[in-house]
Design a protein around this ligand. Sequence first.
Ligand code: APR
Length: 306
Amino acid sequence: MKIGIIGAGNIGANVAYGLICSEFSDKISQIALVDIVENLAIGKALDLSHASAVFEKDIKVIGGSDYAILSGYDIVVITAGQTRKAGQSREDLLKINAKIVAEISAKIANIAPNSVIILVTNPLDFMVYTAYKSSGFPKNRIIGMAGELDSARLKCEISNLKNEKISHIKASVVGFHNDKMEILKDEIFIDNKKVEFSGKEFDEISQNTKNCGPKIVNLLGTSAFLAPASGIVKIIKQIITEEDKTLICSVIDESEVPCGRFVKLGKFGVKEIVKFNYSQNFTQNFAYFKEKIKNIEIKTQNKETK
Ligand code: APR
């Protein structure tokens, strides 16, 4: 497998590092970092190629600003874009990042027409839609990473509150990657037993989960990157290994609205959107997305490639 990463910043470099360190690294032959800042991509690729050599792995890591290096790649991760600054919401980045992601997606469609695109740039669900329209790819080949991150953050909150190990906790966050995210209260289990929360407890873990992003921005002056990079590595693992496992990813179904849903992944991207009885609120929020996206001009490709 050849994996391209657009944006050699905090998330991009850590995705590459996570892949090199992963237990499925033997399935990866090449990683390419592409960044508008050429030296950054070349320099980090060089450093990463040495990291790969330290672990005695056979992954070739290359970098540059020319998309031609991605020719025939299987998976392309888009991390390029602006990050949030303190006081900014993810939506504040919409116009600026939509332009960046649209341009990049069109280039990927040309150079790696059979690839699966994974997005992390914020506002995530809007960027998933932008990449879908601008690449002209079918819905199954566009995947956004957020649900696994939000669910992990929720698990940390539950672990702290109930003093339980993360590996014993099952918890899921679906819907949009913003304040409208939906914590599935009835799907929280510890050792397969449903967890009961007082109203106050549930409000607290919900609020804390939603606030993780801004809290990190306030502490670091930039957005989180290690956990988001881990979420992408998890998605790539599913695509490569095709394990029969359900993840939560931002995907587009027939409603044409991208948001976090339960999915199974494989080498062509989304293998299956798993049926689930989502709340009324979940679908009602679609109107919010449609209203916002209609004001964004996205250059579209006419033809869907297979
Ligand atoms: N083409 C290629 N690379 C670009 C482009 C572009 N048009 N525009 C920006 N970049 C590069 C920048 O040069 C930078 O190296 O994208 C990289 C982004 O890296 P960081 O600023 O470190 O941001 P990061 O923390 O990786 O987050 C990227 O993910 O979670 C979201 O909100 C976050 O939208 C942000 C994105």
